[in-house]
Design a protein around this ligand. Sequence first.
Ligand code: FMN
Length: 188
Amino acid sequence: MKILGLIGSPRENGNTATLVNTILEGAAENGAKTKVYHLARMDLKPCKGCMSCSLDGKCIIDDDMQELYKEIMSSDAIVIGSPIYMWQMTAQTKTIVDRLIALTCWQPCAKPEFSRLLKVKTKLVLAYTYGNPNPNNFDHYFKYMEGLFSFLGFDVQESIWVSGTTALDDIYHHSEIFERAKELGKKL
Ligand SMILES: Cc1cc2nc3c(=O)[nH]c(=O)nc-3n(C[C@H](O)[C@H](O)[C@H](O)COP(=O)(O)O)c2cc1C
């Protein structure tokens, strides 16, 4: 069982990284192999909309997303973590989400076998942190994101989030989240 963590915060030791790493720790405790990427550290360019991927399922942009495509396709489960920036995921996270288009089935598919790519039903957990203290402030957005990833073919397991995190270590004021995050990882 391989579980991939994709952290979309530019703060490598921030709240989102702590949340994602706690989920992965839980998974590792149950024997999963885990691997983490910090998106802000990587060379990830935005989708050009060139549509080349509709012909052969391959993205022509030669950057670190090529490595992530392989990781995503070879993982049993993925944890995508992002802070909320201006009511949504960070630009780093959105960049890779747009680039997932290369793994989806275009209608009509130029090559039908590509329709399988995301139909493998990779499990997905969405993890967020945000500054607003209201724990329900972004419920609508989190539901919307679950809908998007289900549409893309992921087997969405759960969304988990921590509100009221501003300083790097504010997540530690929410001790209950650590148990929940670990359990979620174990369940994966
Ligand atoms: C550019 C920017 C925009 C932000 N926008 C929001 C927002 O719209 N709503 C919110 O509640 N918090 C917002 N925040 C706060 C972060 O979501 C919060 O501090 C988060 O926990 C940071 O995650 P990190 O510690 O992993 O970097 C924003 C922070 C930054 C830097």
